[in-house]
Each structure stands twice: as structure tokens, then as C-alpha cells.
Design a protein around this ligand. Structure first.
Ligand code: KG4
Length: 340
């Protein structure tokens, strides 16, 4: 009999619940919060309040769509961190209360592991495309930029990571700086498709090893735009497609240089991506192109599993549950997880 796992995700501004039967996805419901748009970023207090409103209907709908009742569940999995503490508290408290009321085991999940394990979600009627172990995962989101060597579903080694900003932050801050809106990644992605990626050039970092840095390229953009605006106040308006295309290409170059280096150093050609920035069309195209040239086997999760979702928490919960892990009801969320 299959293990039925309910996953709950509330680390930032999406309230989500999903059900898997072993690794097969039965439902995945996401309530995205629109209240933050006017503020140019997520307002933690508003996010917590919206989670509090959304969590019961979202979980009920996920169970309904899956055709599953509370008593059918094998376990309740939830995101313990990293993320916004107030947001995490809503999902954690709900998961604890739900598991307690049903007398079901509770399983905590690291959000970042969820992004990586999203590559293992199976969907009915679709052939699985599981990465073989060990594989390298480029984990790129609003809070992280890492190269992770994944040895097994629960054995992760961070072999490279950002020493300052995450790449998603660079996308978001660039968009804010140019007055384009929030969240910046999808906006820049869209505008970049219309622009020339060779129009402008931005400084790239020289960081040893497999680590990343994105604060310099962001500053390079800031100074460039500021200087050009002095000459022509309409510079951004006239060139936004080219600026976005050139900035995005620089970020992708930085990401790819280290990923290629990591593959060479480890001899691993099984390559996956995960996290919100893995939705970027330029990055996806580039990784496929480089992969063909370098004989990689590349794995790109579907768009709906790249940004925050509970399907990835349910699948990660499944692996933890299978390994016999159980989380006590005294567990508290954490905003940062230094290591896996
Ligand atoms: O993984 P995620 O949903 O949240 C966490 O940070 O955990 O990632 C959000 C980040 C934001 O910085 C957003 O701008 C970026 O992912 N993002 C994108 C795209 N879609 C979302 N960045 C570039 N291109 C996209 N299409």
C-alpha cells in the first residue's frame, strides 16, 4: 500500500498544501498572496496574516482534490525553515495541530531540500525523469544560490554557495532599481526575451573555488544606470529590454561558469536545477544547450514545481518518512538553516 503524505508549505508568501501517494502527486494547491505587490517586496506581518486566513481552505482543498481523508494519511510533512519566521509559524502550528488531532506522525522538511527533491515528483500519465545519484543541483532562489552534490534523497553536500546576495535577490533588486516591479525575476525574464544580451556589459566577480557572489554585479548595474540617466533621463525607458537581457545574461554566465567547473571537478554529468530562479527561461535554455555540448543529462523541474509549492514538501516528507524520521510536537520553526 502506498504511503499518503500531506505536505504543507508556508515559508514566504505562498500558502500551499499537496498530497502524494508514495511519489505520485495527487493534488497541489497554492494560494499566492497579492497583498505585497504595492510594497515592492514581501511584508512579513501581512504574509503571516494571509497564511492564517488561507491555511485551512488550502489544506481542505488539497485533501478534497486528492480524494483523501485525514484518517487516510500516513504522515503530515511541513516546512520547518528556512523562511520568514511568522509565516513558518502558521504552517508549523497548523501541521502540529492537524497531526495531533488525527494521531498521525509529523515530519519536518527543509525547504531547500524540497526544491531539490522536486525533481523526483511523479505525475500520473507522465514518464518519470529521475536524476541518478550522485547528481549536482544548481539551487537558485530568492534566498540561496548553491551548488549541491546530492548523494541520495537525504544526503546533500553543499560544494559551492554565494558569499553575499542570492541570484534571485539580484534579479529582484535590479527590477526595483529600474522601477519595473516585484517580483523582479519573472519581469526581467519577460523583458530580456525582447532585448539584446550583448548590448551592455556588467562586472563579473572573481571568486575562488565554486562559490558565488552577486553583490558586485548588482552595484555595477546601479552605477551604470545612474551614469546613463544623468546623460539621458529616459535611458531606462528606452533601453529596458537590452538592460534586462544583458543583466540576465551576466547572471546566467556567472551561474554556469561555476556549475561547469563543479561538473569538471567532480566528474558528475547528471545535472538538475531547483528553486524560483530555475523558472528563468534564459537559464533553462542555457543549461540545456551547455548540457548537450558537455554530454550532461539535465533535469529541469516543471515550472509549477520551481517556485514555492507544497508538492516538493510532500515528496521530501515522503523520503524522510520512509527513512523512519518522526518529528516531535515540541518542534519550532527556524528562519535560517546553516546546513542541511
Ligand atoms: O524559490 P522561491 O519561490 O522562493 C525562495 O526564495 O525560496 O524564489 C523566489 C525568487 C525570487 O527572487 C524571484 O524573482 C525569482 O525566484 N524568480 C525568477 C523567475 N521566477 C521567479 N527569477 C528569474 N526568472 C524567473 N522567471
Amino acid at each position: 500500500m502506498a504511503y499518503i503524505i500531506l505536505g504543507i508549505e508556508s515559508s514566504c508568501d505562498d500558502t500551499s498544501a499537496a498530497v502524494v501517494a508514495d511519489r505520485v502527486l495527487l493534488s497541489n494547491v497554492i494560494a499566492s498572496q497579492q497583498v505585497h505587490r504595492d510594497f515592492g517586496g514581501v511584508v512579513p506581518e501581512l504574509a503571516s496574516r494571509a497564511h492564517e486566513k488561507n491555511i485551512v481552505p488550502v489544506v481542505s482543498e488539497a485533501l478534497r482534490r486528492a480524494g483523501v481523508k485525514g484518517e487516510d494519511l500516513s504522515a503530515v510533512a511541513f516546512t520547518r525553515g528556512p523562511g520568514l519566521l511568522g509565516s513558518l509559524l502558521v504552517g508549523t502550528s497548523f501541521a502540529k495541530a492537524f497531526a495531533l488531532s488525527l494521531d498521525k506522525p509529523l515530519v519536518m522538511v527543509n525547504h531547500l531540500q524540497g526544491h531539490i527533491l522536486a525533481n523526483f515528483i511523479q505525475q500520473e500519465g507522465k514518464a518519470p525523469d529521475d536524476p541518478y545519484f550522485p547528481f549536482l543541483c544548481l539551487l537558485v532562489s530568492g534566498g540561496n544560490s548553491q551548488i549541491v552534490k546530492v548523494n541520495s534523497p537525504l544526503d546533500f553536500e553543499i560544494i559551492g554557495q554565494t558569499i553575499d546576495d542570492a541570484v534571485g535577490e539580484a534579479f529582484d533588486k535590479c527590477s526595483k532599481m529600474m522601477g519595473l516591479g516585484y517580483p523582479g525575476g519573472p519581469i526581467i525574464d519577460r523583458l530580456a526575451r525582447e532585448g539584446n544580451p550583448e548590448a551592455f556589459s556588467f562586472a563579473k566577480p572573481h571568486i575562488p573555488g565554486l562559490d558565488y557572489s552577486f553583490s558586485g554585479v548588482k552595484t555595477s548595474l546601479l552605477y551604470f544606470v545612474r551614469d546613463e540617466m544623468k546623460k539621458d533621463p529616459l535611458f531606462i525607458e528606452k533601453n529596458k529590454e537590452d538592460i534586462c537581457a544583458s543583466f540576465q545574461k551576466t547572471l546566467i554566465d556567472i551561474l554556469m561558469d561555476k556549475l561547469i567547473k563543479a561538473s569538471r571537478q567532480t566528474g558528475i554529468r547528471e545535472i538538475a536545477i531547483g528553486g524560483g530562479v530555475s523558472a528563468n527561461s534564459g537559464l533553462r535554455e542555457r543549461i540545456l544547450r551547455e548540457g548537450e555540448r558537455r554530454h550532461w543529462k539535465t533535469h529541469l523541474p516543471e515550472f509549477k514545481f520551481t517556485t514555492d509549492n507544497a508538492a516538493m514538501i510532500a515528496i521530501a516528507g515522503y523520503y524522510h518518512f520512509l527513512a523512519g524520521e518522526r518529528t516531535p510536537l515540541t518542534v519550532a520553526p527556524v528562519s535560517r538553516m546553516a546546513d542541511f
